[in-house]
Design a protein around this ligand. Structure first.
Ligand code: CTP
Length: 143
């Protein structure tokens, strides 16, 4: 039977960490769905607004050859998301491992027969790091 993988994230200022995760994810499933969080959802759990608009973040991720489907996600409730997308694996970077939020999600998903797969977080970059670099460069220009 075809195995469906699901990733959820912001994918702001698309970078190599995002690509590594998506590539690794497609290695363990047949059909990969990526949920792109709305600005409102990101504001709720990261207390910041993405730089790149949702439509563009979706367009970029859709163009990646490992991605079979891109959807908008307005909610972090994985049980609800599972009802909708029927995935076999929830896949993410291991920066989320052993967090209170995902320990709870893991228990709920296990009961539904869904496995959480963590891949190594790419330490060299992140949207936050990129934004900080831009801020520093802009500041230097001003001074
Ligand atoms: N991710 C990763 N390696 C990175 C950055 C992200 O493996 N360097 C993974 C995360 O663990 C998550 C997914 O990519 O499962 C989407 O992450 P996202 O929050 O969109 O990216 P970040 O760059 O981590 O964003 P921020 O700096 O705003 O937290």
């Amino acid at each position: 039977m075809e195995k469906i993988g699901f990733i959820q994230g912001t994918f702001d200022m698309f970078h190599i960490g995002h690509l590594n995760l998506i590539r690794n994810a497609k290695n363990v499933c047949d059909y990969l769905i990526v949920g792109i969080n709305t600005d409102e959802l990101v504001e709720k759990y990261k207390q910041k607004t993405p730089v790149v608009p949702l439509k563009e973040r979706m367009e970029i991720v859709s163009a990646i050859k490992y991605v079979d489907k891109v959807v908008v996600t307005k909610d972090r409730d994985k049980v609800k998301l599972h009802e909708k997308y029927k995935f076999n694996y929830l896949i993410m970077g291991d920066d989320w491992k052993n967090t209170e939020f995902y320990d709870k999600v893991e228990k709920e998903l296990n009961e539904l027969g869904v496995k959480i797969i963590y891949f190594p977080y790419t330490k060299s970059t992140s949207s936050t790091k990129l934004q900080k670099t831009i801020d520093i460069l802009l500041k230097e220009k001003e001074d």
